[in-house]
Design a protein around this ligand. Structure first.
Ligand code: FAD
Length: 391
């Protein structure tokens, strides 16, 4: 009998309050029971298991850190642990959840008026209204801060939106999508809540992705899409407001990277103790142990880093560069860990049924979204040197 498989080597989960720990374990149990058995099947079909949404809703964890509007007002630390637990089993699920609870609800929470928050957040918390977040465009990804080409123009009590958005997670089925557009009158970025049935809004599913295949990403076309002034996010006045949402969610992406890496490490540890070659478990070979320990060292460093990151967030001290450094470091280390895990599975590492192939592929998407390694590095570089490489 080998020791238990445990990727939380320094027992960080045990530092949570009993109440928070119970929520973490509830999510863990849900992921094992409901998601693990179907994760590869839906990934392979590139479909989203829509039947899972009401079950997700029962977990009662949407908008976990927000105060009021049916949200629990709990810590960013707990929210991080939850993102990790989801990604540990299926990174597509943590992405689906992060888009709705973080990006979409977060935009309304941080940039909406009191009335808008009361209208949208309670049903979104219950997952009766699902949300998406549309910022990236076909020709503008890293350069969204100053480069959005989707426009909005005011006409009386309405706004008219034109342009395209690419990669928009959940947008094929979500009830509302937050669309960010440049106001032709003053060149500033504004946010809009665009409803699914708006005739000027068309979301087409993006096909043939090699990562996060379960997540439904859409190419959105806005053609004279008319949105009432009441659905313009009243407190989104420039890209600085959009960036507040990204700062919050970027920390969550670092936690997702930890989850993806942890899932791969734990699977590899288990596999190496069971797989026999030369008459003994491969875990007994020195070179295999060296790889496992390298992975565990990286994983433990990542976990302690995001743990402190969330503490900063809970203390109201989170800066863009804090979140960006964790996003860069954790996604780089994640990539290395999933590669080592794949190596330890030998040929089986490329078979979907062993889960590792999915982790390796999904890691590539997390590596690039919510700001690439380069962009997040430049954000940190600007903070530590006082020199901006962007201008
Ligand atoms: P580009 O900006 O074209 O970058 C290409 C390369 O050039 C990168 O290596 C980049 O780092 C490098 N580069 C660019 N500028 C610089 C520079 N100044 N210095 C050095 N290197 C540079 N967006 C949304 O709005 N909503 C979503 O829900 C969403 N979900 C996504 C889901 C997935 C699976 C993926 C893959 C993406 C998603 N995105 C979403 C978009 C994502 O945020 C962008 O892909 C990301 O910001 C990078 O933009 P890009 O792909 O256009 O790459």
């Amino acid at each position: 009998e080998h020791p238990p498989v445990n990727g939380d080597f320094y027992s960080l989960g045990h530092t949570l309050t009993p109440e928070d720990r119970a929520i973490q374990l509830k999510v863990r149990e849900f992921m094992e029971r409901e998601i693990r058995p179907i994760a590869n099947e839906y990934w392979n079909k590139a479909q989203f298991p829509m039947h899972i949404i009401p079950k997700f809703a029962e977990l009662d964890i949407c908008g976990l850190t927000y105060q009021g509007y049916g949200c629990a007002g709990r810590s960013a630390l707990l929210e991080g642990f939850i993102a990790m637990e989801m990604a540990r089993v299926d990174t597509s699920m943590s992405t689906f959840f992060g888009v709705h609870s973080g990006l979409a609800m977060g935009s309304i929470y941080l940039c909406g008026s009191e009335e808008q928050k009361q209208q949208w957040l309670p049903p979104m918390q219950r997952m009766e209204v699902m949300g998406a977040f549309g910022l990236t465009e076909p020709e503008v990804g890293s350069g969204v801060a100053g480069g959005l080409t989707t426009t909005c123009r005011r006409e009386g009590d309405e706004w008219v939106l034109n342009g395209q958005k690419k990669w928009i997670g959940n947008a094929t089925f979500s009830d509302i999508t937050v669309i960010w557009a440049r106001n032709v009158a003053d060149n500033q970025v504004r946010g809009f809540i665009v409803r699914k049935d708006n005739p000027g809004f068309v979301a087409e599913k993006m096909e043939d992705k090699m990562a996060l295949r379960t997540v439904q990403n859409a190419l959105i076309t806005l053609t004279d899409c008319r949105v009432p002034e009441a659905d313009r996010l009243q407190n989104a006045n420039s890209f600085k407001d959009t960036a507040k949402v990204l700062r919050m969610t970027r920390a969550g992406v670092a936690w997702q990277a930890v989850g993806c890496a942890r899932g791969a490490y734990e699977a590899a540890l288990k596999y190496t103790t069971q797989r026999q070659q030369f008459g003994r478990p491969i875990a007994g070979f020195q070179l295999v142990q060296d790889l496992l320990v390298t992975m565990l060292g990286d994983l433990t460093a990542m976990q302690t880093m995001v743990y402190r990151l969330s503490q900063l967030q809970d203390q109201g001290e989170l800066a863009d560069e804090h979140a960006s450094l964790a996003k860069v470091f954790c996604t780089l280390r994640m990539r290395s860990i999933v590669d080592h895990a794949r190596e330890l599975f030998g040929g089986n590492g490329i078979l979907l049924e062993y889960d590792i192939a999915r982790f390796v592929a999904d890691a590539e998407a997390i590596y690039s979204y919510e700001g690439t390694k380069e962009i997040n590095s430049l954000i940190v570089g600007r903070a530590i040197t006082g020199e901006s490489a962007f201008v």
